[in-house]
Ligand binder design. Structure first.
Ligand SMILES: Cc1cc2nc3c(=O)[nH]c(=O)nc-3n(C[C@H](O)[C@H](O)[C@H](O)COP(=O)(O)O)c2cc1C
Length: 181
């Protein structure tokens, strides 16, 4: 069959105007993607904010870079944009209450009060760093890529602290926090 016939026989290629799946089907699939959990935190001046995040991805090891995807509505977004820095604090299973706090799942906890009840220091970039995280990366934002609801922050890792390599990681799977069994 000539190439032009193959092209002509594929009229339903996805376009931005007609996505292939609905958001619900997309989310139903992504719920089954088990992820590690982290607190992404930032500071600008005296303001601190953080969020529980799973949308993190290693990009390259040389230079050490990762991608962090943050909804523009989230309070930490402005602080990351203004300070051009953030920390990624990967959580152990024992941190489930911290993960719930930074995901806004605990009623009546104001944004700054999310930092109460866990031990935070300051990284080289000035970002808040969780002292007993499984490991923490201190990052500088080198590029911000806007997409529909989120910003993709491409970051260079300037420091890494491994607090407890033997701890069990906290996972998120099918709408729930879970442990590796
Ligand atoms: C397991 C889990 C993973 C999440 N991952 C992300 C993420 O990667 N990026 C994001 O913008 N929000 C993510 N969220 C949502 C934020 O944690 C949540 O909206 C948080 O309350 C935002 O803080 P805010 O109240 O300051 O807006 C996640 C929530 C949960 C429970």
């Amino acid at each position: 069959m000539p190439m032009s016939s193959i092209t002509a026989a594929a009229p339903d290629l996805p376009t931005a105007a007609s996505p292939v799946v609905t958001a619900d089907r997309f989310l139903a699939g992504m719920r089954l993607f088990a992820s590690g959990c982290a607190i992404v935190a930032a500071r600008h001046g005296t303001d601190r904010a953080g969020l529980t995040a799973t949308a993190l991805c290693s990009v390259t090891a040389d230079p050490p870079q990762l991608l962090v995807c943050v909804n523009r509505k989230v309070r930490a977004h402005a602080l990351i944009s203004d300070s051009r820095a953030l920390s990624v604090n990967v959580l152990a299973n024992s941190h489930e209450p911290v993960a719930k706090r930074f995901a806004g799942m605990v009623e009546g906890v104001a944004a700054e009060d999310r930092f109460l009840g866990s031990d935070w220091g300051t990284a080289i970039t000035g970002a808040p760093i969780l002292k007993d995280a499984l490991f923490s990366f201190d990052c500088r934002v080198v590029e911000t890529i806007p997409t529909s609801t989120h910003s993709l922050f491409l970051c260079t890792v300037v420091d890494a602290v491994v607090a407890d390599p033997d701890a069990t990681p906290l996972l998120y799977f099918n709408g729930r926090f879970a442990a590796v069994s």
